[in-house]
Design a protein around this ligand. Structure first.
Ligand code: PLP
Length: 360
């Protein structure tokens, strides 16, 4: 058999450590991917279904309705909004638009497992900065890594996989001190779950800094992970144009666009889901405390904690899986001996806690 000759780029690219479980029976508690345990609202499902009859036509490549709805919701001008096939699509496009060999990308670690891909895809150099002792971004240390070669800095707030958040004023001070040629990508996939600040506080940064991109998604609080739609709110139009240049024209399908527009109309449901997640957070954290486990301070829809002994990790993950609970092992996410567990429904959370008690 002849061997295929893949590009240097492909040889550099890491494989995304996807969670398992997609082919498991229905009664498994899927607490491995930080999705919403609740399906989309019936009105959102109907909106997606209504447009399927017109699926012989390409979707609107300008995503005009969705951008207008987001402009109404956020106050950011629609010309400064980039839609994506999930916010990861916008993130990867930022990398393509900004990075190349010789350029540098700075991000914290452990953080989102897609970030190593951003650097590898472009041949840029990734500079990773360890989190502080409380599993939070160390912004001072990150600022020290910025050089003339830096094109992009990513701040994941709240951070995946550690669930921690920084106050918005610390982020604002960090952004204000950066050279203006450096694009700051603020990945706010979990911002709605953060109760430290109003979730929209950071939008002010866009008024002052043309080099800021705020990434948000319909995959988490809105419960639309399966439809793939996210967006970037940009400090300037230049960035939106560059993001469109590097991508195929029809990146966001008709059902995703329609569902997202409808989902934005139901902010009361968003508030309910935030409340459910906060209740789950308090319950799971106090049950973990009862087991002598002290998780990182979560401002997200998941918890992150070290097991009593790092060597237990594989057995604990398998033990939980045998009891019908899927979680993420820390080793795949940058810290051996840790677990990341998404909050599910109250009964799924109880099942996780029972299983963990049994396994430990
Ligand atoms: C889940 C997640 C996203 C969202 O990805 P989509 O492509 O919008 O589904 C982005 N960033 C982080 C840190 C995440 O955990």
């Amino acid at each position: 058999m002849p061997r295929l000759e893949f590009s240097q780029r492909v040889q550099r690219l890491p494989r995304y450590p996807a969670a398992g479980g997609y082919a498991l029976p229905d009664d498994v508690a899927l607490l491995a991917s930080n999705e919403s345990p609740y399906g989309p609202l019936p009105q959102v499902v109907e909106a997606a279904q209504r447009v399927l009859g017109g699926a012989n036509r390409y979707p609107d490549p300008s995503n005009a309705r969705l951008r207008r709805a987001l402009a109404d919701r956020t106050g950011v001008r629609s010309t400064r909004i980039a839609i994506g096939n999930g916010s990861c699509d916008v993130l990867l496009a930022c990398g393509e638009a900004l990075l190349e060999p010789g350029a540098e990308l700075v991000y914290a670690w452990p953080s989102f497992s897609v970030y190593p891909h951003v650097a590898a895809a472009s041949g840029a150099t990734a500079i990773t900065v360890p989190l502080d002792a409380a599993h939070r971004h160390d912004l001072e240390a990150m600022a020290r890594e910025v050089t003339v070669a830096t094109r992009m800095v990513i701040v994941c707030n709240p951070n995946n996989p550690t669930s921690t958040a920084l106050p918005a004023d610390e982020i604002a001070a960090f952004v204000a001190d950066l050279p203006r040629h450096v694009v700051v990508v603020l990945d706010e996939a979990y911002i709605e779950f953060n109760i430290l600040d109003d979730p929209d506080t950071t939008l002010d940064l866009l008024e002052r800094h043309a080099n800021v991109v705020i990434l948000r998604t319909f995959s988490k609080i809105y419960g639309l992970a399966g439809l793939r739609v996210g967006y970037g709110l940009c400090g300037g139009e230049e960035m939106v144009q560059a993001l469109d240049q590097v991508r195929q024209p029809f990146f966001c399908n008709v059902a995703a666009q329609a569902a997202a527009v409808e989902a934005l109309r139901h902010q009361d449901a968003v508030a309910d889901r935030v409340e459910q997640a906060v209740v789950a957070r308090v319950e799971v954290e106090s049950a973990l405390a009862g087991l002598g486990i002290e998780p990182a301070e979560s401002q997200a829809n998941f918890v992150w904690f070290d097991l009593p002994d790092p060597a237990m990790e594989p057995d604990v993950v398998v033990g939980l899986r045998d009891r019908g609970v899927l979680v993420r092992a820390g080793t795949a996410l940058g810290r051996e001996g840790a677990l990341r567990v998404t909050f599910g429904t109250p009964s799924e959370n109880a099942r996780f806690l029972d299983a963990l008690r049994a396994v430990l």
